[in-house]
Write a protein that binds this ligand. Structure first.
Ligand SMILES: Nc1nc2c(c(=O)[nH]1)N[C@H]1C(S)=C(S)[C@@H](COP(=O)(O)O)O[C@H]1N2
Ligand SMILES: [Mo]
Length: 319
């Protein structure tokens, strides 16, 4: 590829990647976090400025948000919902810089109604799978949205390896519980650990992704490192972060958000402009970085791929 240089031999502004912008921003954030705390925190600016290895190379790319510009790396990694750290949008990026602790192996337990349960080290869990980049629209229940180039593999592949039995009708996911690493867990904003669940056909749908990266880089703590779910036709809260347990069960599990507000958060939580949240409309959304709101699409634009799963259901009752 020909890279144009300006007369000073430097890369022109247009060639500066989102990632470089992000790194500068991160260095700034670390500095301000240190100042805000009024004490020397064990954050090394030198290491923060290091470029993480481009972990995922030569992976197949699939654009499921055709014609739309992916959100910037900076937006995706500084505007987050991750209540285990903080309930603000900017808090997770400031508080998850060291998450997950590299000295502790990340283990994922697969259990319940399946023939191949086990406890897997993260590296062993993901090794068998072919990584892909998939660009998805991502819609939060609060009314904002982004377009995110995730890196990951189909949850269906993992489920096939676990060999669920005939009683396995749902899949439940659980986030790490570790208040030492996740300060937000010291407050009872949700019933920790965070849990989510899918019906088996939803979990097996080829769009359902186990994500391990964004923009070709390994996930950062604030986005749910090292492994999280992405279900692009559902509101963002179904896409549970930092998963340590996957359990096959017979009956529909409760989830953290259903416990927190059963009238506001149903099991399915499909993006549906015709079903309002009890406290606000769901028919418009603001793409982060844009000024005007746009119309929210049924199933977040993935109707063709997923509508058949719900054809016999009243989606007003099963919200
Ligand atoms: N464990 C856990 N997973 C979570 C959340 C959370 O607070 N804790 N927030 C959810 C919500 S409401 C959204 S919109 C997305 C945000 O993902 P992002 O910050 O990577 O964009 O994560 C979801 N997964
Ligand atoms: Mo959300």
């Amino acid at each position: 590829m020909l890279i144009r240089k300006n007369k000073h031999g430097e890369l022109p502004e247009s060639e500066v990647t989102d990632h470089q912008i992000y790194l500068n921003r991160r260095q700034f954030l670390n500095t301000s976090a240190t100042l805000a705390a009024g004490a020397i925190l064990p954050i090394s600016l030198a290491s923060a400025a290091e470029t993480p290895a481009a972990t995922f190379k030569d992976i197949a790319k699939h654009d499921f948000a055709k014609g739309e510009q992916p959100s910037s790396f900076e937006a995706i990694t500084t505007y987050n919902n991750f209540y285990e750290f903080d309930t603000s949008k900017s808090g997770p990026a400031l508080l998850a810089t060291e998450f997950p602790n590299k000295d502790k192996p990340w283990m994922v337990t697969i259990e319940g109604e399946c023939d191949k349960p086990g406890e897997f080290h993260y590296d062993d869990l993901v090794r068998p799978f072919t990584m892909e980049e998939r660009i998805y629209r991502f819609r939060c229940v609060e009314g904002w949205s982004m377009v995110i180039p995730w890196v990951g593999f189909s949850l269906s592949e993992l489920i096939k390896k676990a060999q669920p039995n005939s009683r396995a009708k749902y899949v439940e996911f659980t986030t790490l519980y570790d208040p030492k690493q996740m300060p937000g867990q010291n407050r009872q904003v949700l019933d920790w650990p965070y849990t989510e669940a899918l019906r088996m056909d939803e979990a097996m749908n080829p769009l359902t992704l186990m994500a391990v990266g964004i923009y070709g880089q390994e996930l950062l703590g604030q986005n749910g490192a090292p492994i999280r779910l992405v279900v692009p036709w559902k509101y963002g809260f179904k896409s549970i972060k930092s998963i340590v347990r996957i359990r096959f069960v017979e009956h529909p599990p409760q989830t953290s958000w259903m416990k927190a507000g059963p009238r506001e958060y149903g099991f399915f939580s499909n993006v549906n402009p015709e079903v309002d949240h009890p406290r606000w409309s769901q028919n418009r959304e603001r793409r982060i970085g844009e000024f005007l709101k746009r119309k929210t699409l049924m199933f977040n634009g993935y109707e063709e791929q997923v509508a058949a799963m719900y054809s016999t259901m009243d989606l007003k009752k099963n919200f």
